[in-house]
Design a protein around this ligand. Structure first.
Ligand SMILES: [Fe+2]
Ligand SMILES: [Fe+2]
Length: 173
């Protein structure tokens, strides 16, 4: 199996393998432009690529459990933050409001999308953006994005605290 990104959570490997067996999901994971997301930090120390893959893994597993279109849900999740800038240092003003439309334009340029995938990308910031997701699958992406974002920041804080602790231990007499 290809390693798409650094596997930081043990559960990811098996689920990523299962998810990538679907050709239309593998099409995104193997795409060179999509993989450029690894260059951009997103939340804390987490890259945009890792964030998108984690959102897709959670969305995929929830969609399978709920018996809805897990492939479209996962594709929408993979592409929901498809923008090529570090939003803390560059990109447009009001990034939070504007990046879903930017991600959708990038995704349309690279892939053929169905209406569920388009809705998942465009509506994933709800309720920050006023229009809610239209489909069950896109609501799952919206939920998974928030859950994974909280975890991204929690893990980044933990990592920073443990690095500080280690540096104190090294300097202790
Ligand atoms: Fe986003
Ligand atoms: Fe996101």
């Amino acid at each position: 199996m290809k390693i798409y990104s650094q596997i930081t959570y043990p559960y990811r490997k098996g689920l990523l393998q299962e998810m990538s067996q679907h050709p239309s999901i593998a099409e995104i994971l193997d795409n060179g432009e999509f993989r450029k997301l690894a260059r951009y930090r997103h939340h804390g120390f987490v890259s945009c690529l890792d964030h998108c893959i984690d959102v897709a893994l959670l969305t995929f597993s929830l969609a399978v459990k709920q018996g809805c279109d897990s492939v479209s849900a996962a594709r929408g999740a993979l592409l929901h933050d498809l923008f090529f800038y570090d939003w803390r240092t560059g990109g447009p003003r009001l990034h939070g409001f504007r990046h879903p439309a930017i991600a959708l334009a990038n995704a349309r340029r690279l892939f053929t999308l169905n209406s569920i995938e388009e809705d998942a990308i465009l509506r994933h910031m709800w309720p920050l953006t006023p229009v809610p997701p239209r489909y069950r699958e896109s609501m799952l992406v919206c939920y998974a994005d928030k859950a994974v974002t909280c975890r991204d920041y929690r893990d980044s804080v933990r990592g920073a605290v443990s690095a500080i602790k280690k540096s104190f231990q090294k300097t202790a007499p």
